[in-house]
Design a protein around this ligand. Sequence first.
Ligand SMILES: [Zn+2]
Length: 360
Amino acid sequence: MDCSPREEITTATAVHSPTSTSTGGIVTAMDWSEDGVYDVSIEKILSSMREVPSGEHYLTPTELCAYDDMATTLVVDAALSFTTHKMNHRRRYIKTDERRAAAHVMDEFVKNNDFMMTLRKIFSLKSVRAFLAHQTDNKRAEFRDHLLRFLQMFSFKAGFTIEPCNRYSAEHNQGARLVVTRHWQKGDRIDRLCGVISELNPAEEAALLRKDQNDFSVMYSTRKQCAQLWLGPGAYINHDCRPSCKFVPNGRTASIQALRDLRPGDEITCFYGDHFFGDSNERCECCTCERLGRGAFTGIDENTSDSASASGSVEGDSSSSTTHAAVAAGAAATQPARVKYGLRDTDSRLNRPCWRSAIH
Ligand SMILES: [Zn+2]
């Protein structure tokens, strides 16, 4: 609904004055008056937010990469105090002083879960205003929704959260993992956790993906015969050969469903594919491979492996006396017999002759 200019000015003034702050890189009340049209547009977008956004989106792969990088910088990195995965490693998304401001905003959000206030503060950052300055209102709303998806990680109602993880060498042993914070039953959908999907054509793959740098979350749909970029909070779900959950694709997003009963502290893991970590996942570093002495742990002394198992590295095992063979059988049972979606062995994909020339 369009508003008259008088109504727009009134709305912007009434809303922004009490929420403006001089903390870090957040603009002051004076700054808000400099570009009132922009502020009114943003305020309309923020005031129409839904705490749990629609699963629908119309982001192109390029937009999804940029929005995801910006959102993870503002929410996840600010909360965890280190830089997590990025699609564009060379781009500097926010200024140094705004990193401190973003960290402060996230500290507050973790305590009060005030989605609207948090969005207002994030949208007040000068880097965010510059990022959105030439975007349409529809795209700004999509960015708002992408932020909300990540804020769910710190919501009291979400039933899961994100925490640092130093297990995986591919992340230089500084990554993250998702864990549940309440009991979930087998078959439950973790409804505030989603993956965001955007289909890639060969030209987009060549333009956006860099081998071993940002191809960490590319799925291949055998049904659609195309590669897909999977980002959003779901991209923080680690692989396990005996996964606790599975992805359930639904158009442009995917939900996450529990494959067994989960207890607080259990990690949310999914099965990426049979050959994601080399042939037959020979380089897999997951907890199950550690327990079974498989993948990257093949040939490691059994006593070391047993010690790791005893420490509880495999989540959700009901019996500590379960034999390796029985666990292996369980792993096979939880892996889909016919995988419609699987993270592709990206080395093979990017070295394919027909695309190699476009990438290099
Ligand atoms: Zn494994």
